[in-house]
Each structure stands twice: as structure tokens, then as C-alpha cells.
Write a protein that binds this ligand. Structure first.
Ligand code: IMP
Length: 431
């Protein structure tokens, strides 16, 4: 057994795709277990750049099998488009990609409901969703009125689909929102069902059989701990469990089959969409991070909010997920910061907070307590050993480890595959 869960430890966009791409060499399987095409992983291989939303990053490694697990919500049109795109870039998907028959489908009415809610929300209520229909699809799943990918293979699927469209059109009309053209939608989804049916499988059995044969599985988290529906900054969260526990419920692999949990964490913090963000910067330093880190959403192109590293969030992530070591990314983005700050705790109404409070009202008003450190002011992108990093950067990493109680096992200093190195005494390969 050498199964690994890799999760985002902040608000998503930590550079998970890149780290997954590097460590897939140790795994025969890569599994997406939650979220949907709200995610966006950018991976650069040589001169080619891939942006994946639904497909597991393992698709980019020959010989690696990939699963979109039962915990994921799938927009069939988006999946088909992505399959076509990667195939055009030379990636084979047939016989390598398996889509869970239990995964719920995002249908056009889910997107309309998502867009409608976001459109009519006041500034205070707006979540800033990706408008991909994620929340309404998970809501239907919990309400037991969803359609699953396996339903596409059922002879009664056209009627099931028509029935769901009619009911949702009634809801949409009563809200005064645009409705779905039933005939057009049924035709479109039936066409997609035909194209996607070769990929639909009982992935729960498939994965457990692979595990029993001794093949190792990498669980690829989407979004991040602070966007988790239970542990994040509710209601400014996504609608799934982006934390490590989600890997088991979202794939059908038992908890005791997991060997290690890797937390991907950026050397600073970003957030897309609305909601509290204690270390957010509204000044030149924030703008500098956005530019140097190219912090614009891979899915929506929105500029990301940027701020200093928040050790309160990192400690919380380590605790909830049992993180064995950090994959610390985008450290090079700090190369030109003369002074770097790190948030060690929060303060609100004279009280010191060492962990993230559940109350949004409190979190919104929390003031970060910072430690300041000198920056290293030199390029790190070509460095491939910790010993060669500038002394200030090593101090920064050491302080981050001390404050979070977790060592860094992987360091990434640039977007290319080769700009990543491991810390030998922390990182244990899984094979
Ligand atoms: P939803 O997942 O589209 O419902 O959006 C809910 C919140 O999660 C919004 O703040 C989004 O910006 C955020 N979000 C969803 N997916 C990602 C992601 O992959 N990276 C960063 N933020 C995300």
C-alpha cells in the first residue's frame, strides 16, 4: 500500500497540478474525488501548457490510469470538451480514463440556478462562485433528486432527464430566471451520453481491485481546506469536502488504506471569490505578488486576492488533514520582496486566536499578528537543493515549519517540471 492524498491547504490555487504531475511517477492511478470543473490545474511540460479542470493531472503521464470518482460533480459537456482538447494535444484517454457511474451530473439548469443566485445576491451575500453549477448539483445530490453518470446508460435516461428539466424549469420560472430549452437540452445530453459512455465504470470496484493488486493510488484534491464545506469559511466555500476525508467518501477507498497526506501550500496566500481573508494585502506588496505569481484564475481568469503567508490557516489545515509534510510552492514569487511578513496568530477584541474561528463575523474582523523577516532579493528558480537556497529563504522555510509543526518535503520554485526538489530526510517516496 502506498496510497497518497494530496490536498490544497489554503483557498485553492496552491499549485497542486504541478506537484501531482511530479509525484505521479510513483503512482499507477490518479483520482479526482470532489469538486468539478470549478477547479483549474495548470501544468507546463516542455513547451506545452495544459489547463485541466475535470481530468486528473495523471492524464499527462503515460502509463498512469485516471479516475473521476463518485464524489466529483461532472458537467458532461465540459468533460467531453476537455477530453477532445487533451486528445488534440496528443494525450490518449480511452482505456486510461474511468468515470464513476455514481458521480452526479451537472446539468444546464444547475448552471442557471447558480448564475441566478449569484446575480441577485447583494454584495454582502455574493459568494463569488465560478457559476459552473457546482452548489446546485451537490444540493440535488443531498436532496436525492440528482442524476448520475451511470444513469446515462439506462434505457429510461431520456425520460428521467426530461422529468428533471421540467421540474427545474418550473423552479426557474417561478424565480423569474431563464429556463432550459427541454428538447435542445435532451438532444445535447443524449449526444454526450453516447460519446462518454465508454468511460463510465464502477470505479469503486476498479480502484479497490487495483489497491488489492498492490498498485498505488494518488488522490488529487481540488480547491483547498478553507473552501471545504465543513471546515472552510462557510458560507464562502465550495460545496464539497476538499479536505483529506473527502478522498475516502469520494472514491470508495477505506481510510486505513491511505499511507500519507501531502499538503500543498504556497509561500504566501491567495483567494478567489468573496469571503474573509485576514492577511489580504490591498497595497503594492499585494500587487507585486499578483504580478510575480501570475495570480489570475485558471478557470475564470479573475484576478486573485493576494496576501502574506498565514500560519493560522496552515496549522488548522495540518490538524484537520493529518498532513505528513508540505509541498511548499511558488517560493520564487517572493524573490523580490525586500521584507516578508508571516501571520502567526489573529487578534480580535483583545483575544488572541491560534486557530481559525468558526464565526465569519469574528474572522472578518480578526487582525493578523505578523512577524517580519528580511527577503532574499535574488532569483531562486534555477535552484534544485535546499542547501543552495539563499540563507534568508532557508530561514523563512524553517520558521514556517516551526509555526505549523510540519516539515517541508517538496519545494517548488517555478512552473516547470524541473523547478521542484525534495528534502531527502522528509520526503519518502511511496514506492
Ligand atoms: P463554486 O465552487 O463555483 O461554487 O465557488 C465557491 C467558491 O469557491 C468561490 O469563492 C470560488 O471562487 C471558489 N473556488 C471554487 N473552485 C476553486 C478553485 O479551484 N480554486 C480557487 N477557488 C475556487
Amino acid at each position: 500500500m502506498a496510497n497518497t492524498i494530496l490536498i490544497g491547504s489554503q483557498w485553492g490555487d496552491e499549485g497542486k497540478g504541478k506537484i501531482i504531475d511530479v509525484i505521479t511517477t510513483e503512482h499507477q492511478w490518479v483520482v479526482r474525488y470532489q469538486g468539478g470543473n470549478n477547479a483549474g490545474h495548470t501544468v507546463e511540460i516542455g513547451d506545452q501548457k495544459f489547463v485541466l479542470h475535470l481530468l486528473p493531472s495523471g492524464m499527462l503521464r503515460e502509463g498512469c490510469s485516471c479516475v473521476i470518482g463518485n464524489g466529483v460533480v461532472i458537467d458532461p459537456a465540459a468533460l467531453q470538451k476537455e477530453i477532445e482538447e487533451v486528445e488534440a494535444q496528443g494525450i490518449v484517454t480511452k482505456g486510461r480514463l474511468y468515470v464513476s457511474d455514481r458521480a452526479h451530473m451537472i446539468l444546464p439548469y444547475h448552471r442557471l440556478i447558480d448564475a441566478y443566485r449569484e446575480g441577485r445576491a447583494t454584495d454582502k451575500d455574493k459568494i463569488g462562485t465560478t457559476k459552473r453549477g457546482i452548489g446546485p448539483t451537490y444540493a440535488d445530490k443531498a436532496s436525492r433528486v440528482g442524476l448520475r453518470m451511470g444513469d446515462m446508460l439506462d434505457a429510461a435516461f431520456p425520460e428521467m432527464l426530461a422529468h428533471r428539466i421540467q421540474e427545474n424549469n418550473r423552479i426557474l420560472s417561478s424565480l423569474g430566471a431563464p429556463t432550459v430549452d427541454e428538447e435542445e437540452c435532451v438532444d445535447q445530453i443524449l449526444g454526450l451520453a453516447k460519446a462518454l459512455s465508454p468511460y463510465i465504470a464502477d470505479t469503486v470496484t476498479l480502484l479497490n481491485q487495483a489497491d488489492r493488486r498492490g498498485e498505488s493510488i494518488l488522490f488529487e484534491g481540488a480547491q483547498g481546506v478553507m473552501l471545504d464545506i465543513d471546515y472552510g469559511t462557510y458560507p464562502f466555500v465550495t460545496s464539497s469536502n476538499a479536505t483529506a476525508g473527502g478522498a475516502c467518501t469520494g472514491s470508495g477507498i477505506a481510510p486505513h488504506r491511505i499511507e500519507r497526506v501531502i499538503g500543498v501550500i504556497k509561500g504566501y496566500t491567495t483567494r478567489v471569490g468573496e469571503g474573509p481573508f485576514p492577511t489580504e494585502l490591498h497595497d503594492e506588496a499585494g500587487e507585486g505578488l499578483r504580478k510575480a505569481g501570475n495570480e489570475f484564475g485558471a478557470t475564470t481568469g479573475r484576478p486573485r486576492r493576494c496576501g502574506w503567508f498565514d500560519a493560522v490557516v496552515a496549522r488548522y489545515a495540518a490538524m484537520i488533514n493529518g498532513i505528513d509534510f508540505w509541498a511548499l510552492t511558488k517560493l520564487d514569487v517572493l524573490d523580490h520582496q525586500p521584507v516578508i511578513k508571516m501571520c502567526v496568530a489573529y487578534e480580535f477584541e483583545g483575544r488572541r486566536y491560534e486557530s481559525v474561528p468558526a464565526s465569519i463575523r469574528i474572522l472578518e474582523q480578526c487582525q493578523p499578528i505578523y512577524e517580519e523577516m528580511p527577503g532574499w532579493m535574488s532569483p531562486t528558480t534555477e535552484i534544485s537543493r535546499l542547501e543552495d537556497m539563499p540563507i534568508e529563504a532557508r530561514h523563512y522555510i524553517a520558521r514556517l515549519e516551526e509555526l505549523t509543526g510540519v516539515r517541508a518535503g517538496i519545494i517548488s520554485v517555478g512552473p516547470k517540471r524541473h523547478s521542484t526538489f525534495v528534502i531527502e530526510d522528509v520526503y519518502k517516496p511511496s514506492l
